[in-house]
Write a protein that binds this ligand. Structure first.
Ligand code: G4P
Length: 537
């Protein structure tokens, strides 16, 4: 097939080179929304704080699906925000904050080239931060650390760094150091230039850019005295105990450049954004499932990393978020879905900005486009034109919670089946089936129990088929094969069962706990019982 791209290769190289596609990961409340808004403010992508998914936007969002998020105070939808900065195109992809949705986060992280890990200065490394970090590590996504809320009382900077090193096993390398302890933020000093201090004056009223003054070292000593001296000493100490910044080590996930600041006062956020431009890698060749890789200059290819239903309740549509991996995406082009070989028309392509959508005409590697009416698409799909491309499947996480779903009203079995099937395709839960259990009683498998709340809510409100979910006592899943399934059936264990995962026909053997599993393994050492990816670190 000929190379049909209307855009010259050199332009694709340039466009890809100026893209930075990244996500912010954090424990809820560490300041992800505030940071997102502050980052976008520097690029003037939004006119007032709250337009992304803060309170301002929440008022305008009407989806009943989002209502659940609002009740819970969590964000489980994914949207991508695009803005220009220093001649670059920044694609900020939203991640769900709650660890129960870390399977979603994993998929989002398949679509980015870098992550910013937010740490609350007072709380240090929190549980979800650790889990999300583990996901980054697993995916090989380089991580920039931002220690937020330095305007409030918190821990010692050096202690926070030590924690990162000890608990995450990554070497923190300070790029920016705070002048003044947590709660007494006077300004920042950059490791690359200790001859000057960036002094900030807070502007009241939230995420507005703080006023910045540049002081020479002498002026800093004169005006900030001990705070300045201490900052220099601590910075030197932190740098002398580590290897220093190294781009290769950062991209390999061995070190994490560290920044300090306050998203709310908009201090240090610009330096963070600069770091994304200067340090984060631009889109690069992506490995293919069957070996080799797709260069960014080859014809279009993209990865479906998120399916979102009901973003607009008036239309009840389904949107697939696609990360462009190579070539140029042009609205209206026909692409091929690798899994089925079928053609998919992209007449309705959009970018999604918070709750707003705009039509997208052209997109380059690193960009995210939303395809509406994407009922034929599944999470993990590869789309392409020209030479076939298929990216490795997004691995499913190890489910730890299992429940049988049954329609409350059996006369609504059609709606029930449709709902179950759609939730499965979106990857909201893993749906497991077996002949024994039948169509009307599939097993829902989840990484976190909150996924069940989403299932209950959506089955009732969206598919008009309220369900019951009866929890099963299994805790562990292992991938097995037909032989393993037969052996397990023969063993007639009361606390084990083999089910088929609908999305990929994998055979999952479920066990009540690790003792039952190891007892079976001891009895049948040759049986395939392969672990899935765990979310816990
Ligand atoms: P999230 O998306 O990670 O859940 O966090 P979000 O940005 O919503 O921030 C959580 C809370 O932390 C908010 O306060 C927010 O104002 C505050 N916050 C974020 N960054 C900073 C910071 O740099 N310094 C300080 N002092 N606070 C910060 P809230 O009281 O829960 O909400 P709100 O009423 O202020 O919106």
């Amino acid at each position: 097939m000929s190379n049909e791209q209307s855009v010259p290769v050199v332009q694709i190289v340039n466009e890809a080179g100026r893209r930075r596609t990244f996500a912010v990961i954090s424990h809820p409340d560490a300041g992800k929304s505030t940071t997102t808004e502050a980052l976008a403010l520097h690029a003037r992508a939004i006119t007032s704080a709250g337009a992304v998914h803060g309170q301002g936007a929440r008022k305008g969002v009407t989806s009943d699906w989002m209502e659940l998020e609002r009740e819970r105070g969590i964000s489980v939808t994914s949207a991508a925000l695009q803005f220009g900065y220093r001649g670059h195109v920044m694609n900020l992809v939203d991640t769900p904050g709650h660890a129960d949705f870390s399977e979603d986060t994993y998929r989002v992280l398949a679509a980015v080239d870098c992550a910013i890990m937010l740490v609350d200065a007072a709380k240090g490394l929190e549980e979800q931060t650790r889990k999300l970090f583990a996901v980054c590590r697993h995916r090989g996504v380089p991580v920039i650390t931002f220690i937020n809320k330095w305007d409030r009382r918190g821990r010692e900077a050096l202690t926070l760094l030590e924690d990162i090193e000890t608990h995450l096993g990554i070497t923190p390398v300070p790029v920016v150091w705070p002048v003044g302890g947590a709660g007494d933020l006077r300004g920042l000093v950059q490791a690359s230039d200790t001859e000057q201090m960036l002094r900030y004056t807070k502007v009241p009223g939230g995420t507005h850019a703080a006023l910045e003054e540049v002081l020479t070292a002498e002026e800093a000593t004169e005006r900030e005295g001990e705070a300045w001296e201490t900052a220099l000493e601590e910075l030197e100490l932190a740098l002398s105990s580590g290897p220093g910044y190294d781009q290769e080590a950062f991209e390999a996930g061995k070190i994490s450049p560290v920044f300090f600041g306050s998203a709310l006062s908009n201090i240090g956020v610009k330096l963070l954004l600069d770091a994304v431009v200067d340090l984060a890698p631009s889109p690069a060749a992506r490995p293919l499932a069957k070996g080799g890789s797709r260069e960014v200059t080859e014809e279009f290819s993209g990865l479906v990393f998120k399916i979102q239903a009901n973003m607009d309740p008036a239309h009840r549509d389904r949107m697939a978020f696609v990360r462009v991996c190579s070539g140029v995406f042009e609205r209206g082009m026909n692409v091929t879905r690798a899994a089925s070989g079928r053609s998919f028309a992209t007449k309705y392509a959009q970018t999604v900005f918070g709750a707003e959508r705009t039509v997208v005409d052209t997109a380059y590697p690193g960009d995210v486009v939303g395809l509406i009416n994407a009922s034929a698409l599944r999470v993990g799909d590869t789309l392409y034109t020209g030479k076939k491309a298929e990216f490795p499947a997004l691995p499913a996480f190890a489910p730890e919670y299992f429940a049988v779903a049954r329609p409350k009203d059996i006369s609504r079995s059609k709606q029930f089946r449709k709902g179950v099937s759609q939730l499965d395709e979106e990857g909201v839960v893993q749906v497991l089936v077996s002949d024994r259990r039948g169509d009307q009683a599939p097993v829902m498998a989840a990484v976190g129990p909150m996924q069940f709340d989403v299932v209950l809510h959506r089955m009732e409100h969206e598919f008009s088929s309220p369900i019951t979910l009866d929890r099963l006592s299994y805790k562990l899943a292992r991938v097995t094969d037909p032989e393993g399934a037969a052996e397990l059936a023969k063993a007639r264990l009361t606390d084990a069962e083999v089910l088929v995962r609908r999305s990929d026909n994998a055979l999952l053997a479920l066990f009540a706990d690790k003792w039952h599993l190891s007892a079976f393994q001891r009895a049948k050492p040759d049986i395939l019982l392969q672990p899935l990816i765990a979310t816990a670190d």
